[in-house]
Ligand binder design. Structure first.
Ligand SMILES: [Fe+2]
Length: 271
């Protein structure tokens, strides 16, 4: 059986508040300057959406860390492609998303260690593990004309958490979520996307979504069509450049550690 790396330790942690989302526990570490004049733009925000993994909202409880002090969104690790003690793996194309959490301080870009990142996304069939995800449980696939059931994937972890290391690095492994219809007729689809909520002591909270592109992504042509039409990605309060910055290119990475998934890189810049 595969084992998973645990990021939670009871040592050297402190608590800080997270408003209505409850309390989170993060390590106390100092930020470090990257030593150049910072011209990075803040990561554009996107809606949190209705399917944030709050306690009580999930359909199937997935809790890899059994510590009861952790809210459900903080109880899982950063590999969503399998669940401990399940023999199968998640359906869908495996991907890694990795990079750094940064902030601006005066003239500097600052790497932010100890930032907590929560990521959640739909399964390969476009279903969230959330009681509120009840509309259009099946739909006609816009390309194949076949009926698709938005079934749950019992081997998909649906949400995870990662804490940035001393250089601000984070990493998740997940699958490309399915696109899912958002209108009653089942004709308007959200493109595949990953949801993020990022918190760091003393800094603004960031909520956003990242999208997919690249020849290494299955069904890329259709996904780009949906990216072009999506009313959340194409929020007219964002400039075209800001919108495009949320679409991450995924590539094959020759390194051994990424042999089982294509890789996208994205640096979050906190407000
Ligand atoms: Fe979503």
């Amino acid at each position: 059986m595969k084992s998973k790396v645990k990021f939670f330790s009871r040592r050297s942690f402190l608590k800080f508040g997270l408003g209505s989302l409850g309390a989170v526990i993060v390590p106390m570490v100092a930020s470090s300057a990257l030593g150049k004049v910072c011209d990075l733009q803040k990561t554009p925000t996107q809606t949190i959406g209705p399917f944030f993994p709050d306690d009580g909202d999930e359909i199937h409880v997935i809790r890899e860390n059994l510590d009861p002090r952790l809210p459900i969104w903080g109880a899982n690790d950063n590999d969503l492609t399998f669940i401990q003690k399940h023999s199968g793996i998640a359906k869908g194309q495996a991907v890694y998303i990795k990079g750094r959490v940064l902030a601006r301080e005066k003239q500097d870009c600052i790497a932010v260690p100890g930032a907590t990142i929560i990521m959640w996304n739909a399964s390969a069939s476009g279903r969230y593990n959330h009681k509120g995800d009840t509309e259009n449980l099946s739909f006609i696939h816009p390309k194949t004309g076949q009926r698709v059931e938005r079934a749950h994937d019992e081997n998909f972890q649906y949400w995870g958490r990662n804490i940035t290391d001393k250089n601000g690095n984070y990493r998740f492994k997940t699958i490309v979520p399915g696109y899912y219809p958002i209108d009653r007729r089942g004709k308007v689809f959200r493109p595949p996307h990953l949801h993020f909520l990022i918190m760091a002591p003393g800094r603004g909270q960031l909520i956003t979504q990242l999208y997919f592109k690249g020849d290494a992504i299955n069904d890329n042509k259709m996904i780009q069509k949906l990216n072009t039409e999506d009313f959340i990605l194409r929020d007219d309060r964002l400039s075209k450049k800001e919108q495009e910055s949320l679409v991450v290119e995924y590539k094959v990475n020759p390194s051994e550690e990424f042999k089982d998934g294509v890789v996208g890189e994205y640096d979050f810049v906190l407000p």
